[in-house]
Write a protein that binds this ligand. Structure first.
Ligand SMILES: [Mg+2]
Length: 219
């Protein structure tokens, strides 16, 4: 905890961070996004998957790419993409108790929707530990890693980036955070060896539960 003594605000990604990738939930969301692209453009699943990936790489999210290139209704897309079954996700007591012990303000910072974030955090039994949520609607659909969106969340919750720590499974999202002065924790999900650890990754853990177990006070 010593290295985090200066932190008063904890910023958590949702997908594959507050819930684990091995739940398969995000894979379901990806499949729904691909299906949306199939329906919208009348292309095969393979073509849709390649397009979805391309938008994600170029724009940060499939949604933002579709908004830029096809002028879709964002709420329509979000409702469709997040129409997934989360009943098989087992709430993690280590995460729940770790969040409870962590002193300071906690916020969710996600490229997912408000409704899905509310549903998932309630399901996990962790919604009451958060002081706020900054979802993709709050960002005006401009996703992480765009720096404007980080300035917007820091403004909304009035935190100083140099007193905030951010947890995310995507290194690119932590690059913007580090550039703005935030402390970063990469949830590596076993991909630790891939391409080494760049300087904008200040700390890392395989899963959020591991970091909370080892680092949150009282652990
Ligand atoms: Mg994520």
């Amino acid at each position: 905890m010593e290295k985090f003594r200066h932190i008063d605000t904890w910023v958590f990604d949702l997908d594959n961070t507050l819930y684990d990738a091995d739940t398969g939930v995000f894979d379901q969301i990806i499949a729904r996004m691909t299906l949306y692209v199939c329906n919208l453009l009348g292309v095969s699943r393979e073509e849709a998957n390649a397009l979805r990936r391309g938008y994600w790489e170029k724009y940060g999210t499939t949604l933002y790419g579709l908004m830029q290139e096809h002028k879709i209704d964002p709420q329509d897309f979000l409702d469709f993409a997040h129409d997934v079954d989360i009943s098989a996700v087992t709430p993690c007591a280590v995460v729940r108790d770790g969040l409870a012990r962590l002193p300071g303000r906690k916020v969710v910072f996600t490229n997912s929707s408000q409704a899905f974030t509310a549903r998932m955090t309630r399901h996990l039994g962790i919604d009451r530990h958060f002081d706020g949520v900054f979802a993709i609607e709050d960002a005006g659909f401009l996703p992480k890693p765009h720096p404007e969106t980080y300035r917007a969340i820091a403004g909304k919750f009035a935190f100083a980036p140099d007193r905030a720590a951010m947890f995310d499974d995507m290194q690119v999202n932590l690059k913007t955070a580090a550039d703005l002065g935030m402390t970063t924790v990469w949830i590596h999900r076993g991909r630790e060896a891939e391409g080494g650890t760049p300087p904008h990754i200040h700390h890392k853990a395989e899963k959020l539960a591991d970091w909370l177990k080892e680092t949150a006070p009282g652990a």
